[in-house]
Design a protein around this ligand. Sequence first.
Ligand code: PEP
Ligand code: MG
Length: 575
Amino acid sequence: MSFAIHGLPVSSGIAIGHAHLVSHTSLEVVHYMLPKNLVAEEVARLDAALQTTRSELTALRANRPQQAAAEFDAFLDLHLMILGDEHISHAARSMVEQEHCNAEWALKSQMDELVMQFEAFDDAYLRERKTDVIQVVERVLKVLSGHPGHQPPTPQHDSEMVLVAHDVSPADLIQLKPHQFCSILTDLGGATSHTSIVARGLNIPCVVGLHHARELIKDRDMLIVDGEQGVVIVNPDKNLLAEYKLRQSQFVLERQKLKRLRTARATTLDGTRIELQANIEMPTDLPQVMENGAAGIGLFRSEFLFLNRDDLPDEEEQFSAYRAVLEGMGEMPVTIRTYDLGADKQLKGVTRVASNPALGLRAIRLCLAEPQLFRTQLRALLRASVYGNLKILVPMLSGASEITQTLQLIDGVKQELKNQGIAFKEEVPIGGMIEIPAAALALNIFIKKLDFLSIGTNDLIQYTLAIDRTDEEVAHLYDPLHPAVLQLLALVIGSANKAEIPVSVCGEMAGEYAYTRLLLGMGLRQFSMHPAQLLGTKQRVLTTNLPEVTFLTQKILRADDPIKIRELLDKLNAA
Ligand code: PEP
Ligand code: MG
């Protein structure tokens, strides 16, 4: 049966491929169907794995070392209890019996359900117990992996597969970069969550916030993904398939044509030069930056170096990564943001869950709370500065004392390097991200103390409108055209221009073609975005009549009715 589901478009294009379902906490478990005659055998395999795990835990408890704390017993008891809980063992068994899926998949699915229930608890202690559920299931999975059952069908080529997940963390997604899935779909997530940002960087059609895609779509279903409209068509008929294949080739053709703009200068019709730079997550993104003719790196989200690992990158490792990007970009500016960990980008093994992680110990707050970790990054950055045109960008600053502390730390690290006779550039510009309304409204503090500004619209919108950017339930309220957001943007860009301090926008708004002229009209001359959006943005810049859009933008800024604002924006984009 053919049907369509709707979500939030994240990355445009048309994909046509077969569904590949993955479970949400780890991407390692495959899903496959068993022939009816092997189901009983699979149930027995699951039972045996559960029994082995139980024996392992009981043995651990019996042989616990004398000096081990009493909590050790409590911990093992809890794990034994989870293992015996009917939501795990019985439910997984019935799932294999009824749905004829493999044991690993059944276990993972039950675990996901439980994890979701735990996540909904108000009590922080109970919420954290989801980690125990995950650990127990991982233990059983390990046992199962030692006793492989029926082998899954040979996977298709990645490029024909659409990854369907309930949720994928940014850390998981970054690991998928080397794969060539033709599209990614998730039930959860907002359009500017970090998962969506990484997905956009993969340059394939993606839709998030689909709510029930993983339940409704079956493994190997044929899917059409329309990344522009946020629509997924499941098991389309022949006519629909033919129509979308045509649209897909037209889209590819358009992209090909854009490639001609790679070396063109980004100037408006009156010759005003516009700086179009790229956002990256890893040094391996550099080829894409070059292919799309970026004028520099406007945002290197350095925290991605810290994800997906049990240890932390030491000074040498960080130094090599920063040096590689600086050397790769030659004379061009490279803006490296100090790590923005916390919220939806947690270090592995961090189990403390803040009640409001986006308002908690994130970005510069975490850096200042862990100065040793921060100093290591600053040393690596300053040492790398001699290999190119480095700018250091600090995320989520909210006021004067954080700026002062950061600058003092940087001075301290410089002094340390000097004392050790280690080379670095004395004049590395230090900039601040404007992504908290307080920063926008108290901009003078930033202008006085910093060398440049970069507006993070993703967070600025999140914090101005009090909308969690990762939560699809409130995604409809996430509105870049809200008059409050427009006023803040105009204020920051206008004040920075007046003070002659460089300002750019590096949030997702910078790469959305619908807003290019609006931002130009506010006076913005520097944009940073996903490499894949650079040429499309350049095309819009090249056809922009700056005095006209400046005039129309003033009208938009005077309007407060959302319908009127939309109408004026359409007019601006049609001009
Ligand atoms: C932003 O907030 O707009 C931004 C660029 O930073 P991040 O998306 O990494 O929070
Ligand atoms: Mg941000």
